[in-house]
Design a protein around this ligand. Structure first.
Ligand code: DGY
Length: 316
């Protein structure tokens, strides 16, 4: 019998076609909420698996309408819109794809670090607009080699960032709930102390209620006027009003942000600042990585329907 799968997140065409060959797909189009009740009434009793992403809200209300569900295969690293405790309570497994996107996300963190410290975007505009040769010298910027990188959250992505920082001559420190076995980097159990020590602070911790506002005004002040904040995690981890104030008042040197509050329309006070480099929540947005994430999602579905262990379970 062909299994029924609810699709609440569209994968690239190749993987969508692959899924359509193996399963009966029920597309939950989030853009047309009026279609939802009818779709869920027919799909709810038969779908044992769903494809989702961290941007889709999966709460008790939705789960009530999916009584047969046993697996949510999430095609993203983050799952902060998914009520994991509720899923676990109902015996529903969650998988994610952080294993497939480490390299591109860590590359993006380094790209933002260099762009923010060397003012890449302003330099580009300076050349294109003819300001070079008309307005005097481009301002001096901040070096990176030989500085200190502080990493908030030394999970797989944090470790991939650290591995890239080492050959650039950066010293590494990290803040984490506990010291990580086998890691030679300097451990801080106090976030403000790490920020005071570091020149560049990378945020690589999950979003959600536990980390909301973790990067607070005192942490930003500790990072200081030559400090650079890089966020490739979630906008919620930063107190954004405090960040705007610190950048505006020169208490913080620069920021490089892939994520914000209120995506896709961040606070205009943030986008108006010259010392912030912005990227549209696109750290995993390469053809190669998106295909790998989609394939891992499919592999988790295949393992589930074959009764084999899931490849990347979140709630074990
Ligand atoms: C992820 O995979 O969590 C990325 O941030 C995209 O949401």
């Amino acid at each position: 019998m062909t299994p029924d799968v609810l699709v609440a997140h569209t994968l690239p065409p190749e993987q969508m076609q692959d899924m359509a060959r193996r399963y009966r797909l029920h597309r939950l189009d989030l853009a047309t909420p009026s279609d939802r009740p009818a779709l869920l009434a027919s799909a709810g009793p038969v779908c044992t698996a769903m494809v989702v992403s961290g941007h889709v809200t999966v709460d008790a209300k939705l789960l009530d309408q999916l009584p047969a569900l046993r697996l949510a295969a999430c095609s993203s690293a983050g799952y902060d819109q998914i009520d994991l405790a509720e899923m676990t309570r109902r015996g529903i497994a969650l998988t994610n794809t952080s294993a497939a996107l480490l390299d591109d996300v860590a590359d993006t963190a380094l790209m933002l670090m260099l762009a923010a410290r060397r003012r890449l975007v302003a330099g580009d505009a300076y050349v294109r607009t003819g300001a070079w040769g008309r307005d005097g010298m481009f301002p001096l910027t901040s070096a990176t080699s030989g500085k200190r990188a502080g990493i908030v959250g030394l999970g797989h992505i944090g470790q991939a960032i650290a591995r890239r920082c080492l050959p650039m001559g950066l010293e590494i420190g990290y803040f984490s709930r506990s010291r990580k076995a086998g890691m030679d980097y300097r451990f801080f159990d106090d976030l403000a102390a790490l920020a005071g020590w570091a020149d560049i602070l990378f945020i690589a911790t999950p979003g959600g209620a536990d980390t909301a506002g973790l990067i607070s005004a005192p942490v930003l002040r500790a990072l200081g006027p030559d400090g650079t904040l890089i966020n490739i995690a979630r906008g919620t981890v930063v107190d954004e009003a405090a960040l705007i104030a610190a950048l505006r008042q020169g208490q913080l040197g620069a920021a490089g942000l892939d994520v914000f509050l209120n995506e896709p329309t961040p606070d205009p006070a943030l986008t108006a600042l010259p010392n912030v480099t912005l990227y549209p929540h696109h750290a995993s947005g390469t053809v190669e990585t998106r295909a790998r994430m989609a394939q891992l999602t499919l592999d988790n579905l295949a393992a589930f329907f074959a009764g084999k262990p899931l490849l990347t379970p979140v709630n074990k």
